[in-house]
Design a protein around this ligand. Structure first.
Ligand code: 8X3
Length: 258
């Protein structure tokens, strides 16, 4: 590392959506890298258990129940900090796989609220604390759906495109200030909940998404790229990192073994 690399030790990393999947894996990795990790999610029992696990492993973690779509709660959460080193905007997700012609507007609204407004709320609330750290990093976990679309993906891709634009714009607006904005755009990641949530708990349909795919990305694969990106020296901004499994190429094509 070069001399302008701040040490992770004693720096705070806030992770949203830390109750499972990419968020939980990222919390584990950032804690192992020396950050004092603050886990946030709506499900308190999950993040409390994870904080215990991380602490038992000799690292630092605390849990704070938070719904990022609740602005008042986000502002109260942010008021507890003087400085924050890293914010990982991971909370979000997909609902449904319906064509534009029949998609449920309520699903579209929820996806916009979680994937865009949730990121906006907590990023706005923590921005002064990130700047005060002298080298803040805002990581935005978007998706390959932030950079292209596919049949049935209209609502999710629209929200993820919005999240991408938020990150891109914020980076421009922060030029000259000590805050980096990093976007990680994962493709197919097999987590315990992403597809299950998308298909309202239909396990069979969720499993079919990954059928025959030898090795979709894991949550930890993505956590590894996030951790790498945010731990670069302070003058290095990884603007956008697109990560997919080898079995997936752009245009939503997936290799499935027979
Ligand atoms: C997940 C990528 O292709 O399932 O963010 O929408 S995709």
């Amino acid at each position: 590392m070069t001399s302008d690399a701040p040490s992770a030790a004693s720096r705070i990393a806030v992770v949203t959506g830390a109750s499972s999947g990419i968020g939980a894996a990222t919390a584990r990795r950032l804690a192992a890298a020396g950050y004092r990790v603050v886990l946030t999610a709506r499900r308190a029992d999950r993040i409390e258990a994870l904080a215990k696990e991380i602490t038992a492993a000799g690292h630092s973690a605390t849990a704070y129940r938070l719904d990022v779509t609740d602005r008042a709660a986000v502002d109260e959460f942010a008021s507890a900090f003087r400085t924050v080193g890293v914010l990982v905007n991971n909370a979000g997700g997909a609902l449904g796989l319906d064509p534009v012609a029949t998609g449920d507007p309520a699903d579209w609204r929820t996806m916009y609220e979680t994937n865009v407004l949730g990121v906006l709320h907590i990023t706005q609330a923590l921005l002064p604390k990130l700047e005060a750290s002298g080298d803040g990093v805002v990581a935005v976990v978007s998706s390959t759906a932030a950079h292209g679309t596919y049949e049935g993906g209209g609502g999710y891709a629209a929200a993820k495109h919005g999240e991408h634009v938020l990150a891109e714009t914020l980076r421009m607006e922060l030029l000259g200030r000590p805050v980096r904005v990093v976007e990680i755009a994962p493709g197919m990641v097999k987590t315990e909940e992403f597809s299950l949530t998308r298909f309202a708990g239909d396990a069979e349909r969720a499993e079919k998404v990954y059928e025959g795919v030898a090795a979709p990305l894991t949550a930890d694969d993505v956590a590894d790229t996030i951790t790498w990106a945010v731990t670069r020296p302070a003058h290095v901004n990884v603007d956008l990192l697109v990560v997919r499994p080898r079995a997936q190429t752009p245009n939503n094509k997936v290799h499935r073994e027979q």
